[in-house]
Design a protein around this ligand. Structure first.
Ligand SMILES: *Cc1c(COP(=O)(O)O)cnc(C)c1O
Length: 493
């Protein structure tokens, strides 16, 4: 298995080089040069643990990594830091099959890929004779930073530095970050907004002199962002695991088709389901759910991607995105792997903020169905499913559920469908609780609402939120935007 860039037919590189490098030199994304085919029977999936499924899927993409090394990565990623042995349980309600990807340390689905990325990076480092320690630099608007911190905390040979806008994240998000343990973790509040943090982190990444300076100290920068192939491939396993559980629970027979509906932002998760389908998993429709930032819905409707539009802040903030980076990989695959086409479209996106795909490309995305739900609809579904089925969805999951319901009403397609559930309701207490009862829960602090939600749905409070308000604070550094680089330098002794 080799990897190439979506924008240039460069010499093909190995998976571990692609993981270390993150993004190709000319700005393209790494993609497999051919899609591996599944080499096991669908019946077998029903009996496998999540770790086994992940191993059987990932070894096909990362065949360069020795079995024992890949197993080491998987076993260290998917361990007790998840609050269920199943790692990604499938919960059946009266009307839905919810694949819960939120049982990791930050109770949202980015934990799934960010738990294994550090181990894949260390393995890649070793395979390529790179002896420097890896320094992950991240600017965060709240959630990804914490998931990366948890993934890299206490992983030998790595350090992680997270910058967040001091006054630009929620109290719970801030509390989660500043209470992170681990001697290799550094968290800094910045007197500026998220864009300031992001721009400065990019500048630091691009600063060759500074890179040479820290190389002297035996460090090398890397990024954990969602376009790294080491974050995409582990996600393909979700869909095989979901299929296995649908068979195990008698919802489908091995060989039958299932649909998936995925709440989408950067297009990583749903792209993973497309890869699973290309590998031979019997997925029918790939239902792409957006919130009011419905640039993807419009794309699937019209063949035109157009980011020139109003940007909405919604109750599903992790999907508030107007440029879905991973879509570039889909464009590559549906254009017959034409780097020329991808370059043209990406140049057009850069220049005019939009592009239109060809008729042939549109034919190749027939399996996708795009839908969207605004906040009001999303909240109505949270209430409905809770009242009628006793299942409390978070806002992102509810966007997916709403779009699924619309899809069924529109098409009458009765194919069993897995709703990908990307966050715990405990992560978005205010939106979720006011959806259930606007009057009763409005005006109550997020910390207080955690307890009230616990009272409402019983069960265990997730570890991530338990006693969050009273935890020990380990990080209290605050700096100006202009001091960020110096901070990095100070941390790297
Ligand atoms: C990141 C995120 C998404 C979007 O996933 P993509 O892979 O970026 O499409 C959806 N829901 C939650 C809770 C997220 O954190």
């Amino acid at each position: 298995m080799l990897y190439t860039s979506t924008r240039q037919n460069l010499d093909h590189i190995t998976a571990t080089k692609a993981i270390l490098q993150g993004i190709s030199n000319e700005g393209g994304l790494f993609v497999p040069t051919q899609m591996p085919k599944m080499d096991f029977a669908l019946e077998e999936l029903a009996n496998w643990s999540y770790q086994e499924v992940a191993y059987r899927v990932m070894r096909l993409f990362f065949d360069e990594i020795k079995d024992e090394d890949l197993k080491y990565c998987i076993e260290h990623a998917y361990d007790e830091k998840f609050d269920t042995k199943e790692i990604a349980p499938l919960v059946h309600t009266k009307t839905g099959h919810f694949l819960e990807l939120f049982h990791g340390p930050t109770i949202a689905f980015k934990d799934m890929a960010l738990s294994i990325l550090p181990y894949l990076m260390l393995t890649s480092k070793r395979y390529n004779g790179e002896d420097k320690d890896i320094v992950i630099l991240t600017a965060t608007s709240g959630d990804t930073g914490k998931a990366a911190l948890e993934g890299f905390a206490n992983v030998d040979g790595t350090k992680i530095i997270v910058f967040f806008p001091q006054d630009g994240v929620s109290d719970v998000q801030k509390q989660q970050m500043v209470t992170t343990e681990g001697a290799n973790t550094f968290v800094v509040g910045v007197k500026g907004n998220f864009d300031d943090c992001q721009t400065t982190v990019k500048e630091i990444f691009g600063n060759k002199e500074f890179a040479a300076e820290i190389a002297e100290k035996n460090y090398k920068f890397s990024s954990a962002n969602s376009i790294n192939i080491g974050r995409l491939i582990p996600q393909v396993a979700y869909y095989f695991a979901a299929y296995g559980k649908m068979v195990r629970d008698g919802k489908i027979a091995a060989g039958e088709t299932m649909n998936v509906v995925v709440p989408t932002g950067n297009f990583g998760n749903i792209l993973a389901s497309y890869y699973a389908k290309q590998m031979g998993l019997p997925i029918g429709k790939l239902i792409c759910a957006s919130n009011s930032n419905k640039v993807l819905f419009d794309f699937f409707e019209s063949g035109t991607y157009d980011r020139n539009r109003e940007f909405f802040l919604t109750a599903s903030p992790s999907m508030d995105i107007l440029i879905s980076s991973n879509l570039e990989r889909l464009l590559y695959h549906i254009s017959g792997e034409s780097t020329q086409t991808v370059n043209e479209l990406m140049n057009s996106l850069k220049k005019d903020g939009k592009y239109t795909i060809t008729e042939t490309m549109r034919q190749n995305i027939k399996d996708f169905y795009g839908g969207y739900a605004d906040d009001q609809t999303t909240k109505a579904y949270i209430k409905k499913v809770f009242d009628e089925e006793g299942y409390l969805m978070d806002t992102h999951t509810a966007v997916a559920y709403a779009v699924y319901d619309k899809y069924v009403k529109e098409t009458n397609d009765q194919t069993p469908t897995v709703v990908v559930s990307t966050a715990s309701p405990y992560k978005f207490t205010h939106s979720v609780m006011t959806a259930v009862d606007a009057e009763k829960y409005d005006g109550i602090s997020d910390f207080e609402l955690l307890d009230q939600m616990h009272e409402l749905i019983k069960g265990d409070m997730p570890k991530a939120m338990d006693h969050i308000a009273t935890r020990k604070i380990w990080h209290n550094t605050v700096c100006k935007v202009s001091e960020m680089k110096d901070m990095v330098n100070q941390f790297l002794v």
